[in-house]
Design a protein around this ligand. Structure first.
Ligand code: SF4
Ligand code: SF4
Length: 467
């Protein structure tokens, strides 16, 4: 049930939710019912669905008991209930209620790679000892007792400043223990510097939830895009490091798709399986887009949003049939902030104690930072950039006209604010691929969840691709 939705309703007061998505599954005679505003999901037989459809057509003929489950799941809503306003409220109220700190920390902005599509410049700036003291003091001053601290280690390549990372990690651990706060950490790394010593370190850290590592295809493709700053290949090294993790923590394997690699990904999938990574490595797909001016000239190689959505379905389908568990879950709407940018306790902190709001800004110079954290933890705001910070504080993801009629708005809410802001308000924001592939993604989730029961080789084909 949605927040604020009246509970005592009779059939003649009910209508179908505008966020319902009912699709035939890949299995004969099974219908999938999903609602993008509540996240409710059910697989029902065709005959059960016929009965349910009759209730939708004529709810006032049904008993309250028959209706209760459908109302609870948000498939039926009271007539006149403003579902879009409820989505809007859940965003703003959820955001206002957030506590704790959501920090992206780049202990260095330099990187040992020079990827062709990277969105950052990589000046050689690492955390100094003064920066370590500054960030520790900042967290000490700003983390309320019992509120969570979530850290994403980012860069550059965060493992290029491993000493600084571990020293800060120890300090943050101490602070969160004192405060009775939960401390979680995740790391985005290119994977090339994950030595055994470092793997053991992270595996032993409480609250370490895993790493995201990118491989963009089989060796020749990957090495043509993700090479070291000395121009050396990186595929073999990364693969060996992923094998060395041996399931000690989860790995999100990001595969960035564009026209140049999309048809070679099946080879990478085969290799991930052959190397024995399937149990702890969860592949997912990223869309190569020109986020910032630092991205190379991507031009013709970029997939459109629709093409990316179709490729995602095709490749996830392939993975499931090969017995690999892809890293995707049933899409769930959530109240509150979209990312570190619009989170009240969000900050991206880079060397020099520089504070930004978006990952895309991490490596920018001090003149672009909206604030700087001093050694005593005090935040000095850059008055020239304060208006930029205000943009994030006031961020409203509901300004784009096309979003107001979009069926997946509760899941997307205009998408990445950095990208949405670039787009004219009379069109869409930064569309989630789910706008184009939700029916197929529901079928894939149902297929994947059926693997344990019937095995990956006996799955029925997807009925048809909708994108
Ligand atoms: S605004 Fe977009 S790019 Fe920036 S941190 Fe948020 S999701 Fe990432
Ligand atoms: S950005 Fe696109 S997918 Fe997202 S809510 Fe707006 S129209 Fe829908």
């Amino acid at each position: 049930m949605h927040d604020g939705q009246p509970t005592a309703v009779t059939g003649d007061q009910l209508v179908a939710s505008q966020f319902n998505c009912f699709v035939p599954s890949a299995f004969d005679g099974i219908i999938l019912m999903y609602n993008t505003a509540s996240g409710a999901f059910a697989a029902v037989s065709a005959s059960e669905f016929e009965d349910i459809a009759a209730l939708f057509d004529n709810p006032d003929s049904a008993s309250p008991d028959d209706l209760a489950g459908l109302v609870e799941a948000g498939f039926l809503v009271p007539a006149g209930y403003d579902e879009r306003e409820a989505v809007r409220q859940s965003y703003f109220e959820g955001r206002a209620a957030e506590t704790g700190l959501n920090l992206t920390i780049a202990p260095t902005v330099s990187c040992n790679f020079a990827c062709s599509y990277c969105f950052e410049e990589h000046p050689k700036r690492h955390f100094s000892d003064a920066d370590l003291r500054a960030v520790s003091a900042y967290v000490r001053d700003n983390l309320e007792a019992g509120a969570p601290l979530n850290v994403t280690w980012f860069g550059g390549e965060p493992l290029a400043a491993f000493r600084q990372l571990t020293e800060l990690d120890a300090a943050l651990q101490e602070i969160t223990e004192e405060r009775g706060s939960a401390y979680t950490q995740f790391m985005i790394t290119n994977g090339s510097l994950l030595t055994e010593k470092r793997i053991s370190y992270f595996a032993s850290r409480p609250g370490f939830t895993g790493v995201q590592v990118t491989i963009d295809g089989p060796a020749d493709i990957h090495d043509g895009r993700r090479f070291t700053s000395a121009g050396k290949p990186s595929f073999d090294k990364i693969l060996a490091n992923l094998k060395a993790i041996e399931g000690r923590f989860p790995v999100s394997l990001r595969i960035n798709l564009d026209r140049e690699n999309v048809n070679r990904i099946p080879e990478l999938i085969d290799q991930v399986i052959a190397e024995g990574l399937a149990g702890y490595v969860s592949p997912y797909f990223g869309h190569v887009v020109d986020y910032t001016d630092e991205c190379g000239d991507l031009g013709e190689t970029m997939l459109s949003r629709e093409e990316f959505a179709a490729a995602e379905v095709r490749l996830l389908n392939l993975m499931i049939r090969k017995g690999l568990r892809p890293g995707f879950e049933l899409p769930r709407p959530h109240a509150g902030s979209l990312c570190v940018g619009d989170a009240p306790g969000g900050a991206v902190i880079s060397p020099g104690g520089l504070v930004f709001r978006c990952w895309n800004e991490t490596a920018l110079p001090e003149s672009e930072a909206y604030a700087r954290i001093g050694e005593n933890g005090a935040v000095a705001v850059n008055s020239v950039k304060e208006s930029r910070n205000q943009f994030w504080k006031d961020y409203d993801p509901f300004t784009h006209a096309e979003c107001r009629t979009c069926a997946v708005q509760p899941l997307c809410k205009g998408g990445c604010p950095w990208e949405a802001e670039k787009r004219p308000v009379d069109g869409p924001g930064h569309c989630t691929p789910l706008r184009y592939n939700l029916p197929d993604m529901l079928r894939l989730i149902h297929l994947r969840d059926s693997v344990d029961e019937i095995g990956s080789t006996d799955l029925p084909p997807l009925p048809r691709q909708t994108v």
